[in-house]
Design a protein around this ligand. Structure first.
Ligand SMILES: CC(C)(COP(=O)(O)OP(=O)(O)OC[C@H]1O[C@@H](n2cnc3c(N)ncnc32)[C@H](O)[C@@H]1OP(=O)(O)O)[C@@H](O)C(=O)NCCC(=O)NCCS
Length: 183
């Protein structure tokens, strides 16, 4: 069955959520969300918030970007999460996708990460990708490793000491891979 946006779903807690294909109106809310993630410093390589051009390269240019909207406690609609999807390499290897995910701290552990991940897999397959690779999963990012494992990703290898932490120590990162051919 083909995937069409917007995707309407419900989180574990029953909140309705809508996944939309992003256009220019999503740039500012996504920028604010990514700012929080960079400040956390526990999942993405940026150690300070990138300038607007780098942010646009990282999240929008040459990518399919999908955002999740949920009504918050005050019934305002807020961006709770997002992912981008792009070829990991050009040319002959462009059928291997890469994706990045963020869920706002207030919306974690409600199944949104799983929904975004499952949607990304279906969308990647629909766009003709044959597999998905995550290049830099921080080894101490237990929720992410657990989530990707549940979505069928296997750990291909470890890059020792790839990531500098806030305290100056280094942690490993993990390369994770999932084929889309037998999905
Ligand atoms: C990783 C992330 C996307 C998950 O989003 P989420 O909406 O919380 O995901 P879900 O609610 O679908 O699932 C989270 C899972 O992690 C588990 N989890 C949460 N915290 C955990 C912890 N400290 N230790 C072990 N497992 C943990 C939850 O129990 C849940 O698994 P379960 O459904 O089997 O119980 C979110 O935490 C996030 O945005 N983190 C910052 C950015 C990031 O890490 N991106 C991915 C980079 S590879």
């Amino acid at each position: 069955m083909s995937l069409t946006f917007p995707v309407e779903a419900k989180l574990k807690v029953g909140s309705p959520v809508q996944l939309v294909l992003s256009d220019n109106q999503y740039i500012v809310p996504l920028r604010d969300l990514y700012h929080m993630i960079v400040d956390e410093g526990t999942s993405y390589p940026h150690d300070r918030f990138p300038n607007q051009d780098d942010f646009m390269d990282y999240w929008f240019r040459g990518k399919s970007t999908v955002a999740a909207y949920v009504p918050d406690r005050a019934s305002a609609v807020t961006m709770a999460g997002a992912f981008y999807l792009k070829p990991n390499w050009p040319g002959r290897a462009r059928q291997v996708a890469n994706a990045g995910f963020i869920v706002a701290p207030d919306w974690r552990n409600k199944g949104l990460g799983w929904l975004l991940g499952a949607t990304m897999l279906a969308y990647a397959k629909q766009l003709g990708y044959r597999s998905v690779i995550f290049n830099l999963v921080f080894s101490e990012n237990v929720p992410a490793r657990r989530l990707w494992g549940k979505l069928g990703f296997k750990e291909l290898g470890v890059i020792p000491g790839a990531v500098r932490k806030n305290d100056g120590a280094y942690q490993d990162s993990v390369i994770m891979f999932r084929s889309l051919l037998e999905q």
